[in-house]
Ligand binder design. Structure first.
Ligand SMILES: Cc1cc2nc3c(=O)[nH]c(=O)nc-3n(C[C@H](O)[C@H](O)[C@H](O)COP(=O)(O)OP(=O)(O)OC[C@H]3O[C@@H](n4cnc5c(N)ncnc54)[C@H](O)[C@@H]3O)c2cc1C
Length: 869
């Protein structure tokens, strides 16, 4: 009987949970502890989920058992000792059974009960859950704990049902086991399950033929006893040990590195990879950029291919086993026990399906387009319809009969991977949009179960009956999940993370790759902010604190966190010299930016004295168009060095010469010194374009922040002075006004590196209050904005200067100027300049470069002109 919550007509139980794997078991335990009546419906005849079904030979976990186990009860941890580093399936299943017995869970689990349909009855505010046997059970809350890897992918090989010999499926292995002694066996599939099963089947079978479509990266598991160091750390402080896992990237505490694979010399890099190979761990510490940089990742791929080539004696087989065409980690990597060595056995053969695909399975064996083979047994290790398969296999109907399967036809949409709009009081454990399969699932399962149960408890305490995410919150989370994926190499692979293994499944990156730690923080913050993005209804009416929990780009967040962790003093509290020294020091820590053809440092005549410039020339054949660039830094800070990576990037992307010109800085030289120098530099570069190796004709100007202010001011000055001719202006988060009352100052003035206080400090050093309306300080205030060069103005969402940049774009457009306004969602004032650090800024820099290429088309090469003539 339901307890504690509910309308006049009570449902059968408070909560129905589908699935009695590790998620369902813990959910039941937690809810029961909170006094909610709960029933678990499970299709299998026993507990354990994954470990109930996947009984194939060699099945083991590949996260160390000490980590891949529940942490909610220290007593359980004391009672249960794992016999190995990576426990076998029977041992993990025994553990699940032990848990079920210890907490007396079976009495609330209905085994052999497959859920077929669940529909929301809005009037009664309850779910009606029906089973394959035709029973119905009603509940207030409906929890899908159906597993990420529980619905096998259907076999899409012609003739699969014709085979007259023995057929086995790794995910549905006979409980009594299989003896392959003396048999001719085929294994189709070489993912995690195949890689574990193949060496053991090979040890029994008379002949083993492995049919491989995609080779996988695998490293030796080096199974054995749990490392003593781990046991010691656990014993010394189990709370700290478990907490470290909860606050880690993937649910296992491993040392974090900031080192790039490309920044270390080859021998040092190799040493790191050798250590990873020797570690016997799925998640060894390697380099920071393997997930984001194709070039860095390829160094590890090639190392691993080298290992395969060194193990497998037949070079053709070795080559076929070498993964190609995708990056390490973007498909689930494996650890194995003698997998590659198995292919050296005389009775083991590999068939590369990319070269000789299966035409059909016959009554007696398998026919490829090259030959026919006879087998006594075929083992299918063909994987799962991951993450969404088991959820949409149940016909779930939400508000107004909305079908979840239909809602997700173009890819799953969830809020936090836990809930989805249109399906009140329905929770998903480790659903799409949560870290799930990219994590130690035990950690993720516990976190989800804790969050769901405490939310249901919160609703009971506050008299709320229904919970549903808002469309705004869900759309924001989907965006954030995609933003996180898009800065990595993951979306480039045809992986099951992308749904690519199931024909017709939409290509969407399914899990959340932002990290277990950040994900937990987001979930906690949602609850702390009055369940941000959720709408509740209860007897007293509706409650909703609508909003989006993560709006910054994920890599911008990381940069902000790193900078915050340095505990630097605010710039405005420092004398300018000290602030400059700090900026110079910080500049040495960042990635250098791309290589260019040539860099030349020189001087040019400024308005008062010589000025330094730095010229970046592309590696392509010249002459190139010329861009005059002004660095940022509030007219007080900055130099060629400060904007060096950005200039390199613009040079390479736009295929132009970038001349980064200096100007006098305040407070030593106050307004209008910087403007005078900027204009003098423009004149000099324009008149020396050819001498600098550039193409003749107009130049373009570009700048960032205060440099963008100077860039547009020289456009106004040039127009009024009748030259030099300027083909276009690229203004990256420009200062266009000295008015600090715009909303973007109020919204973004404190947390995003450039603060209101810092802008005040810049202005105070640069220019007297009386002059702040001068168009050479506030170009937005110029009386005449017509006849200016075409402009590309970039504004960032979390920049105090956002609104004045947008206002300038609008004002130029009103004045008839050709304007392109690029709005960078989730970015801050400086993040687009952080080349190779803020990867999500790259598409915007590409747009900027496109603008420069448009303003300055490459003129025909003299040779070509001559030929055409
Ligand atoms: C071979 C293999 C090895 C793995 N190794 C690891 C590892 O080392 N580390 C790791 O973190 N993760 C691993 N995983 C992932 C693993 O799935 C999770 O770790 C974890 O076991 C999932 O638990 P769960 O309770 O969420 O789902 P599951 O264990 O999949 O349980 C879901 C249950 O729901 C039931 N169910 C589904 N649909 C219905 C329905 N309609 N009606 C009734 N019942 C239903 C299923 O029968 C199943 O029992 C592995 C997965 C596989 C397949």
């Amino acid at each position: 009987m339901a307890t504690g919550i509910g309308p006049a007509v009570r449902p059968d139980v408070d909560v129905v949970v589908v699935g009695a794997g590790f998620a369902g078991l813990y959910m039941l335990h937690r809810l029961r502890g909170l006094g909610f009546s709960t029933v678990v419906l499970e299709g299998a005849d026993g507990v354990g989920g994954t470990w109930y079904w996947n009984r194939y030979p060699g099945a083991r976990c590949d996260i160390m058992s000490i980590d891949y186990s529940y942490s909610f009860d220290p007593e359980l941890e004391r009672e249960w000792q794992w016999s190995e580093k990576y426990a076998t399936q029977p041992e993990i299943l025994a553990y699940a059974n032990y848990v079920a017995d210890k907490y007396d869970l079976r009495k609330d689990i209905r085994f052999g009960t497959r859920v077929q349909q669940a529909s929301w009855d809005a009037a009664a505010r309850r779910w009606r859950v029906s089973t394959a046997a035709g029973d119905e059970i009603t509940c207030r809350f409906y929890v899908m704990a159906t597993g990420c890897l529980s619905l096998p992918k259907s076999i899409d090989i012609e003739g699969a049902d014709r085979f007259g010999g023995e057929t086995y499926y790794t995910h549905h292995w006979p409980h009594e086991g299989v003896d392959f002694t003396g048999k001719r066996v085929a294994v189709i599939g070489s993912g995690s399950s195949g890689i574990q099963a193949i060496p053991i089947i090979a040890a029994q079978a008379a002949q083993l033929t492995v049919f491989q479509r995609t080779p996988n990266f695998s490293r030796p598991a080096r199974n054995g006893p749990t490392p003593q160091q781990k046991l010691d750390a656990f014993k010394a402080d189990r709370d700290a040990y478990r907490q470290a896992a909860r606050l880690s990237q993937a649910g296992v505490a491993v040392p974090i590195t900031q080192v790039s694979a490309l920044q270390v010399p080859e021998p040092a890099r190799r040493a790191v990879y050798e250590a990873a190979w020797d570690s016997g761990e799925l998640l060894p510490t390697t380099f920071a950029d393997l997930v984001t940089s194709a070039e860095a990742n390829e160094t590890f791929c090639e190392f691993l291919r080298g290992k395969i080539r060194s193990i497998v004696k037949d070079p053709v087989t070795a080559e076929a086993l070498c993964p190609q065409g995708y990056y390490y980690g973007t498909k689930r990597p494996c650890i194995d026990s003698g997998y590659f060595e198995t292919f050296n056995l005389p009775h083991v053969r590999l068939v590369d399906l990319r070269k000789t695909p299966i035409s059909t399975i016959t009554e007696t064996g398998i026919r490829t387009n090259a030959e026919s083979m006879e087998f006594d047994a075929i083992v299918f290790a063909t994987g799962f319809d991951a993450m969404t398969g088991a959820i949409v296999a149940v016909d779930i109907r939400g508000r107004d009969g909305l079908s979840l399967k239909q809602k997700w036809a173009d890819g799953p949409k969830t809020y936090l991977g836990l809930t989805t709009v249109g399906f009140p009081n329905c929770f998903l454990v480790t659903g799409p949009g949560s870290p799930s399969v990219l994590s130690n699932m035990m950690v993720s399962i516990e976190q989800h179960v804790d969050w769901v149960s405490s939310t249901i408890d919160h609703m009971r305490r506050t008299g709320l009956e229904t919970i549903e995410p808002t469309s705004t919150a869900e759309a924001g989370w989907v965006q954030h999940v995609n933003d996180c994926a898009d800065v990595t190499l993951f979306p480039r692979a045809d992986s099951w993370y992308m749904g690519a293994n199931v024909p017709g499944k939409p290509r969407v990156f399914l899990p959340y790759i932002g990290g277990v730690d950040r994900y937990r923080k987001a979930c906690d913050e949602v609850a702390q902010q009055g369940y941000l993005g959720f709408r509740f209804e209860g007897a007293a009416g509706a409650v909703c604190n609508d909003g989006v929990i993560r709006r910054l780009q994920p890599d911008v967040t990381i940069v902000l966190e790193v900078i915050e962790s340095l505990g630097l003093p605010p710039v405005e509290s420092m004398p300018p010299q000290a602030a400059r020294a700090l900026f110079d020091a910080l500049a040495t820590q960042r990635p250098p930016g791309p290589a260019v053809g040539e860099i030349v440092d020189g001087t040019l005549p400024g308005a008062a004295a010589e000025l330094k410039y730095r010229l970046y020339r592309p590696a392509t054949a010249g002459p190139h168009p010329v861009v005059v660039y002004y660095h940022g830094g509030g007219w007080v800070l900055g130099s060629h060095d400060s904007d060096d990576p950005l200039c390199r990037d613009l040079c390479v992307r736009s295929d132009s010469i970038i001349v980064s010109v200096d100007y006098r800085h305040a407070p030593e030289d106050r307004f209008p010194a910087a403007v005078d120098d900027a204009f003098a530099a423009l004149r000099w570069v324009s008149s020396h374009a050819e001498a600098l190796g550039g193409q003749p004709g107009p130049v373009a100007v570009a700048g960032w922040s205060a440099g963008a202010n100077l860039a547009t001011v020289v456009c106004q000055l040039g127009r009024d002075a009748g030259g030099p001719a300027i083909a276009g202006q690229l203004l990256i988060t420009p200062v266009t006004d000295a008015d600090m009352t715009r909303p973007s100052y109020q919204q973004n003035g404190e947390r995003y590196l450039l603060t209101s206080a810092m802008m005040r400090w810049f202005f105070d050093h640069y220019v007297d209050v009386a002059n702040r309306s001068d168009p050479r300080v506030a170009p937005l205030r110029a009386g005449n904005l017509s006849n200016l060069p075409p402009a590309t103005i970039v504004t960032c969402e979390f920049d105090p200067l956002r609104d004045e940049g947008a206002a300038y774009a609008a004002a130029l457009a009103d004045a008839g100027v050709d304007v392109q306004h690029i709005f960078a969602r989730g970015h801050i004032h400086s993040s687009l300049t952080m080349v190779d650090l803020v990867i999500s800024g790259a598409p915007y820099r590409e747009k900027m470069a496109e603008a420069l290429r448009r303003y300055l088309p490459r003129q025909q090469q003299p040779l070509l002109r001559h030929k055409l003539a």
